[in-house]
Design a binder for this molecule. Structure first.
Ligand SMILES: Nc1ncnc2c1ncn2[C@@H]1O[C@H](COP(=O)(O)OP(=O)(O)OP(=O)(O)O)[C@@H](O)[C@H]1O
Length: 330
C-alpha cells in the first residue's frame, strides 16, 4: 500500500448563510495516498466542488469549516493544513503542494493577459526567479503538447482544448504533489477529452504530480483513469472503493443506481443494463433524517429513517455507509 499523502478527518464544511446553513460537506473522513487517482462522483449539488475546496483549503465565506481537520504530508511530516491562515495556505500550499484545475478551466485565463504573465505572477508570489520559472513553463508547455512560443500569446488565440492544457501546464510548473481537477472534461469535445486525460496521466507517470483527485459526474470518463472512487450523496461519502470493485460489485444502493445509469464496456455492467434512480437529491439545508438516501432507496428499512449509517470497511479496501452491510440491520 502506498503512503498516505493527505488525511481528512470528520470534516464539515457548511455555507453559513444569514439564517440557515447549507451542509454541503457533512462529516467526511478519508485518506489520499501517494501515486493514486481518486475519482469523486455524485449527482449535481452533492458537494463535490465543496470537497475540492476543502481539500485545497480554499475556504472563503460563506463557506466555513465548522468541524474536523485536514492533514497533509509536507517535506515528510504531517501538517494540519486546516489550521493554516489563508496567507500561509497561499504561500505554502497552492501551486507547490496542491493545485486546482477549476471547473471552467478553459475560461480561467483572462483573455487580455498573455500567458507568460501568469508565470511571472507565480514567480512573484513564491519569490522565485522569473526567468528560470519561464524556462520551466516552456518545458511544461512542450510536455503537454503546446508550442512554448505560445506562452507569449493571449489565451483567446488558442482553442478551448489548448487553453485547458495551458492551464494545466501553468498549474503544474512547481510540481505540486496533488492535482485536483474539477469536471475538467465536461466542456470539451470527445477528441479534446481524450487528449486531456492522456496529458493528465502523462504528468502523473512523469512524476510531475503524485496524486490526482478527479471530480466528475461522468462515470464513463472516470473509469478510464481512477484507481479508487469516492461516491458522494447529499454532502456525505456513501462508498469508497477501488474502481475495479465498484464496477464489478457496487455496494451502496445509491452507487448501484449511479453506475447502472450509464453503460460502460465491462461485461458486468452490460449485463445489469441501464436504469435510473427515481426521485431527486435532497435539500442540504434540511436533509432527511437518518440515511440521507432513504427516501429514494429501494431497500429502505426502519433503521435507515432513524439512524445515520457510519462509513465502515466491509471488505478490504471497500467502505460503505449502509445498514444493509451492518449488524444493526433490523
Ligand atoms: N456560495 C454558496 N452559497 C450557498 N450554497 C452554496 C454555495 N455554493 C454551493 N452551494 C450549495 O452547496 C451544495 C453543494 O454544492 P457543490 O457545488 O459543492 O456541489 P457539486 O456536487 O460540485 O455540484 P455540481 O456537480 O453541480 O458542480 C449545493 O446544495 C449548492 O447549492
Amino acid at each position: 500500500m502506498n503512503e498516505v499523502l493527505m488525511r481528512i478527518e470528520n470534516a464539515k464544511a457548511y455555507y453559513k448563510l444569514e439564517k440557515v446553513s447549507v451542509r454541503a460537506v457533512d462529516g467526511v473522513s478519508f485518506e489520499i495516498f501517494e501515486d493514486e487517482v481518486i475519482g469523486v462522483v455524485g449527482e449535481s449539488g452533492c458537494g463535490k466542488t465543496t470537497l475540492s475546496n476543502l481539500i485545497s483549503m480554499n475556504i472563503l465565506k460563506p463557506l466555513t469549516l465548522v468541524e474536523g481537520k485536514v492533514f497533509m504530508k509536507i517535506d515528510g511530516k504531517f501538517e494540519e493544513i486546516s489550521s493554516m491562515s489563508r496567507e500561509e495556505v497561499k504561500k505554502k500550499l497552492w501551486g507547490k503542494e496542491i493545485t486546482i484545475v477549476p471547473q471552467s478551466a478553459m475560461n480561467a485565463l483572462m483573455p487580455t493577459i498573455r500567458m507568460a504573465k501568469y508565470v511571472e505572477h507565480l514567480a512573484q508570489s513564491h519569490e522565485l526567479n522569473g526567468k528560470e520559472l519561464l524556462q520551466k513553463a516552456e518545458k511544461r508547455f512542450e510536455e503537454v503538447g503546446l508550442n512554448p512560443l505560445w506562452l507569449k500569446r493571449y489565451p483567446f488565440e488558442l482553442s478551448g482544448g489548448m487553453r485547458q492544457r495551458a492551464v494545466i501546464a501553468i498549474a503544474t510548473i512547481l510540481n505540486p504533489k496533488l492535482l485536483i481537477a474539477d469536471e475538467p472534461t465536461s466542456a470539451l469535445d470527445v477528441v479534446n477529452q481524450k487528449v486531456f486525460l492522456k496529458v493528465l496521466m502523462q504528468l502523473k507517470r512523469m512524476g510531475v504530480v503524485r496524486s490526482i483527485i478527479f471530480i466528475t459526474h461522468d462515470i464513463a470518463t472516470v473509469r478510464q483513469i481512477a484507481d479508487r472512487i469516492i461516491v458522494m450523496y447529499a454532502g456525505k461519502i456513501v462508498e469508497i472503493s477501488t474502481m475495479e470493485k465498484i464496477l464489478q460489485r457496487p455496494l451502496h444502493p445509491y452507487t448501484k443506481g449511479l453506475f447502472n445509469s450509464v453503460l460502460t464496456p465491462e461485461p458486468e455492467v452490460r449485463r445489469r443494463g441501464i436504469s435510473v434512480i427515481p426521485g431527486t437529491p435532497p435539500n442540504l439545508i434540511n436533509p432527511p433524517s437518518g440515511c440521507r438516501f432513504h427516501p429514494r432507496c429501494p431497500h429502505v428499512m426502519e433503521v435507515c429513517k432513524e439512524r445515520e449509517p457510519e462509513l465502515r470497511e466491509v471488505e478490504e479496501g471497500s467502505k460503505v455507509a449502509c445498514f444493509l452491510y451492518s449488524e444493526e440491520r433490523t
